[in-house]
Design a protein around this ligand. Structure first.
Ligand SMILES: Nc1ncnc2c1ncn2[C@@H]1O[C@H](COP(=O)(O)OP(=O)(O)OP(=O)(O)O)[C@@H](O)[C@H]1O
Ligand SMILES: [Mg+2]
Length: 566
């Protein structure tokens, strides 16, 4: 589970780094807002001066000045939008790699969770930071100034302005309390429905073959309908508020004109001031009006900020990593325990084992004994462990993953291939090194098969390697595991889908690794390959029940004896 820790952490800190830009935006907002007053002053001058004096020259001079002011105002607005867009892009750049890394870390922990939405959150946050909503926040401090000018013109106009500002502010608040929860629930339920559907689409074949599509559809519809209903309800509430806010804004235009006219009739203000007050009022209320209409984006951005903050605080960037010139592949387990969320019993209990570099270890045991979990712990990807897994005497979690990656070969029980070419998959998406790729493929005995594919090593294998057969996928995963002859190779049931030729290739691979002095762990159910192991580790129920040399002459009888003893 994502823990709610320091929410203000890294994302807010990234935002704070842009305070200089925000100050500039504030500065340009000041210029833009000051100059928005100029058409009003112009109008006053026209009515009160030009109309009285009937001087064309004054009219021309005033018009030239106002044109210049309006041009400067438009320029200031353009510059501040540009500043915000640029800052938004840089903000995104600062965070996206951290979020990428943290999403992978989170996925290791929540193997069933959906972290694909994190980049959607980042986009929502960036769009808000560069959109109209945020500009309204910069314009908002000007509302009291416009109101003050209204007061100067006539106190009644000022009070009138305050009244309408309060009504709109109340609307913003009621919008907040009425629709915030609904918007948040709708966004959450939308990502639930999408995540659910994506996970089921991955198993489309099984769903179709077993006639599950209809039942899945019913479940999905329930989730989907809930999301639609929540969205609709949030939308209805928001549109209600927006309609009312529009009513308030339009009616204030007429009402303030009426008030101005009444004051003008009684010679309290001039006709120019009457019209100017109308414009001032519109300016004062504009930011609040924008806030009412963009409140949903604000709420979503705030939610995105909290989500990303939690994600990055829970999975902070790892630094101070251990690096070394070479990796020997010596593994020591010290009181190694493994647990999982939503499970009370530990999966592994206080395992102790020391494996010298160059040893080949066979791990056996019944289904559910914890073999795959141990394999994951050895390569350092199981998130909840106690005790230690030491690689060359250093905790596996302290090693730099980037540095260590090429020295580790891992073949999980459920083979995961990536959407890309055959070559990309073998060389782990690093820079293509043809010689090493071909060497690995030849060792896994798939070179000829690859050459028979349409584009050879450049053939795309589709999502999760769909375009390959089960055995081909397994051999490709084997080639990937041994690419570059890593110092530590962990193979989880590597022969599950292999035919005789494939198994022969596997035997050759393990012998080659052994000869090259590499450490190999192999989880096995069949006993044939155990003859290659130097020692065998038998597991049951999360414990190591036996560690011993394999009787090379009769491995099957040996394993049977071990099993009988446990
Ligand atoms: N992510 C997880 N969350 C909770 N429990 C888990 C998780 N992964 C594995 N387990 C549990 O841990 C136990 C050991 O699982 P593991 O996959 O290590 O067994 P195994 O020995 O590899 O079995 P098999 O031979 O069937 O592959 C099982 O009881 C399993 O239910
Ligand atoms: Mg397993």
């Amino acid at each position: 589970m994502l823990k709610k820790r320091n929410v203000i952490g890294p994302v807010a800190r990234s935002l704070l780094a842009f305070r200089k830009e925000f100050l500039w935006v504030g500065g340009f907002s000041l210029v833009a807002n000051l100059l928005t007053l100029s058409p009003t002053l112009y109008m006053l001058q026209i009515f009160d001066r030009v109309m009285q004096s009937r001087s064309e020259l004054t009219l021309i001079a005033l018009t030239l000045i106002i044109s210049a002011f309006i041009a400067i105002m438009a320029f200031a607005e353009w510059v501040r939008s540009r500043l915000l867009v640029r800052a938004g892009v840089r903000f995104d750049q600062q965070l996206n790699t951290q979020i990428f890394r943290a999403s992978f870390d989170a996925k290791l922990e929540l193997s069933t969770g959906d972290v694909s939405q994190t980049f959607g959150s980042l986009t929502r946050l960036r769009q808000f930071l560069t959109g109209n909503g945020i500009i309204a926040f910069f314009d908002l401090p000007w509302t009291p100034i416009y109101l003050a000018v209204l007061f100067l013109m006539h106190p009644l106009l000022g009070w009138f302005g305050i009244g309408f500002t309060l009504i709109l502010a109340l609307l913003t608040f009621s919008n907040h309390y009425g629709s915030t929860q609904r918007t948040l629930q709708a966004t959450k339920s939308e990502s639930e429905a999408t995540g659910w559907l994506n996970s089921k689409l991955r198993n489309a074949e099984v769903a179709e073959a077993l006639g599950m599509v209809g039942k899945l559809k019913r479940r999905w519809l329930a989730l989907y309908r809930k999301q639609i209903e929540l969205h609709a309800s949030a939308q209805l509430r928001a549109s209600q508020t927006q309609a009312f806010s529009k009513f308030v804004q339009y009616s204030q235009q007429s009402l303030i004109l009426a008030l101005g006219a009444w004051l003008a009739i009684h010679d309290q203000i001039s006709v120019g001031a009457m019209i100017a007050s109308n414009v001032l009022m519109a300016n004062a209320l504009r930011p609040l009006g924008i806030l009412v209409t963009t409140w949903k984006e604000f709420i979503q951005a705030r939610q995105a900020l909290a989500e990303l903050g939690t994600l990055l605080a829970t999975y902070p960037p790892r630094d101070d990593f251990h690096t070394a010139d070479s990796v020997q592949g010596q593994i020591t387990l010290q009181k190694l325990g493994a647990t999982a969320t939503q499970r009370e019993q530990p999966i592994l209990n206080e395992l102790e084992l020391r494996v010298e570099s160059g040893e080949v270890i066979g791990i056996i045991g019944p289904s559910g004994a914890g073999k795959s979990t141990l394999a994951r712990c050895i390569v350092g990807i199981w998130p909840h462990t106690s005790g230690n897994v030491l690689l060359d005497g250093v905790d596996i979690r302290d090693w730099s993953r980037d540095m260590l990656g090429p020295h580790i070969g891992f073949m999980p029980q459920d083979i995961e291939l990536f959407d890309g070419t055959v070559a990309d998959n073998i060389c782990r998406f690093s820079d293509v090194d043809s010689e090493r790729i071909i060497a690995a493929a030849k060792q896994a005995d798939i070179h000829d098969m690859i050459l028979r594919l349409a584009l050879g090593y450049d053939t795309p294998i589709g999502q999760a390697g769909r375009l390959l057969s089960g055995g081909q996928r397994q051999r490709l995963a084997l080639a990937r595991a041994i690419y570059g002859m890593p110092a530590l190779v962990v193979l989880d049931e590597p022969n599950a889908n292999l035919d005789d030729a494939g198994e022969a290739a596997l035997v050759a691979v393990i012998s080659a690794l052994k000869q090259a002095g590499k450490t190999v762990f192999m989880v096995l159910h069949q006993q044939k390959l155990l003859a290659l192991a130097d020692r065998v580790v038998a597991m049951a129920d999360g414990h190591i029940t036996h560690i011993g040399k394999v009787d090379i002459q009769a491995p099957a009888a040996h394993i049977a004896r071990v099993r009988a003893a446990t």
